[in-house]
Design a protein around this ligand. Structure first.
Ligand code: C6P
Length: 417
């Protein structure tokens, strides 16, 4: 670790990072002749051995369809599938498992709400979004706008990368039907003051959807304390498998919404004339679900919940402070997103160096970062850049990996500028 005077001291000893790293086999490998420094956790996180073992065990021993068979394997698969739902309920402290819908990921969760909740909206009804959303929380609403004529309004952002909350009151009116906002920005790292946003929305009786894709890997989320109406997240960003995610919905709202897709498992009766639908949560889970993914997600959440949440947050905040200080020492580098409240993610641009070229050079040093628009093109436009480089850290990252990033950036600068 660097002894640079600008960088704060990182007391890694308060968090046994080596012990944690031993749980993640992917981290232990060489890339282009260097030890892997995986700093692309915003894109997807690595999986602890317990998740890998759970998936293997499911496919080796229990593989069967759920809610259908009476045989032992079907019973075991159904039991583990529903146990994972209870694990998700505990993870976000939902009031009931009826409020936990399994979907493919955050993208599908938001599309489900836009499609189903959106059916009740009419031309001229309004939805408030923010200017820092991932495309997953913009495009489904634009598609809804094309279908119905709803109006989209946006909370603007400041150069710091925070929401201009003073502008929020003027966005509400009698036609506002929903506010949909990211909990944490994937491109800036900003943790939004969602409690204050929800309080304002409640005053106008407007339901709130939170995109929790980047929040759940870093923060403890309590949907009842937040009093939000929908909360969406992806399994693969919270140390679980890909292809599985969660839509939390307040039970009364979900009850009032029509099904999203039709098919097996979501019905009560079907005749050639009409169908009636199953109760929650099955009404929204048509067809054979990603059973292995759900069970793997349950294992991932159990792993995360067994960690000391406060220690995780403290350690990640130290990593963030250290990375911010070190990167600020790199000549010609500007950090994009300097909110007061951030998760452990630093996005930046470097004078005269394209993020894709930078990413390639860093890759050859064993450093995995992401370069691009991060599916947040409106944020890139706001800052007037085509793309940024993003180092996104998890609780298994180490300060020496940040030192290696610093050295890699100096090398890239020498080679490219
Ligand atoms: N962001 C990133 O590198 P899916 O793809 O459905 O699991 O998640 C979509 C999504 C929604 N909201 C936010 C805030 C996100 O960050 C993401 C995924 C990845 O930043 C891939 S673009």
């Amino acid at each position: 670790m660097s002894t640079s005077s600008a960088a704060p001291t990182l007391h890694a000893s308060t968090w046994d990072v080596e012990c944690i790293r031993a749980d993640f086999p992917t981290l232990n490998q060489q890339v282009h002749g260097h030890p892997l420094a995986y700093l692309d956790n915003g894109a997807t996180t690595q999986k602890p051995q317990v998740v890998i073992d759970t998936l293997t065990r499911y496919y080796q021993n229990d593989n069967a369809n759920v809610h259908r068979g009476v045989h032992l394997l079907a019973e075991r698969a159904t039991r583990d599938y529903e146990a994972a739902r209870e694990q998700v309920r505990r993870f976000i402290n939902a009031a009931s498992t009826r409020e936990i819908i399994f979907v493919r990921g955050t993208t599908e969760a938001i599309n489900l709400v836009a499609s189903s909740f959106g059916q009740r909206l009419q031309a001229g009804d309004e939805i408030i979004l923010t200017a820092m959303e991932h495309h997953a929380n913009i495009v489904p609403w634009q598609l809804l706008r094309e279908r119905t004529g709803v109006v989209l309004r946006f909370i603007p952002i400041t150069p710091q990368g925070e929401l201009e909350l003073e502008r929020l009151p003027e966005l509400f009116n009698a036609r506002t039907r929903l506010l949909a906002c990211t909990h944490v920005s994937n491109a800036l790292g900003t943790i939004n003051p969602v409690e204050a946003i929800i309080a304002q929305a409640k005053a106008y009786n407007v339901p709130v959807l939170l995109d929790g894709a980047q929040a759940t890997p870093h923060l403890r989320v309590d949907v009842q304390a937040l009093d939000c109406d929908f909360y969406c997240f992806s399994g693969h960003k919270v140390f679980g498998p890909t292809g599985i995610g969660v839509l939390y919905g307040r039970e009364t709202l979900l009850e009032s919404m029509p099904p999203y897709q039709g098919g097996g498992d979501m019905i009560r009766t079907v005749s050639l004339e009409k169908s009636t639908f199953a109760g929650l949560p099955y009404k929204f889970e048509a067809g054979t679900p990603n059973i292995g993914g759900v069970i793997g997600l349950g294992a991932a959440l159990a792993y995360v919940m067994a960690l000391d949440g406060e220690a995780v947050e403290r350690y990640e905040q130290q990593l963030l402070a250290y990375a911010t200080a070190r990167l600020q020492e790199v000549p010609g580098l500007s950090i994009i997103g300097q909110a007061a409240n951030k998760v452990s993610l630093v996005a930046f641009v470097m004078e005269d160096v394209h993020p894709h070229d930078l990413g390639t050079i860093l890759d050859h040093e064993g450093l995995a970062v992401r370069g691009g628009h991060h599916c947040a093109m409106p944020i890139m436009s706001y800052y007037g850049v085509p793309a940024t480089t993003r180092a996104s850290m998890a609780f298994y990252n180490r300060p020496d990996e940040i030192d290696r990033l610093f050295e890699g950036l100096l090398k890239a600068r020498k080679l490219l500028s």
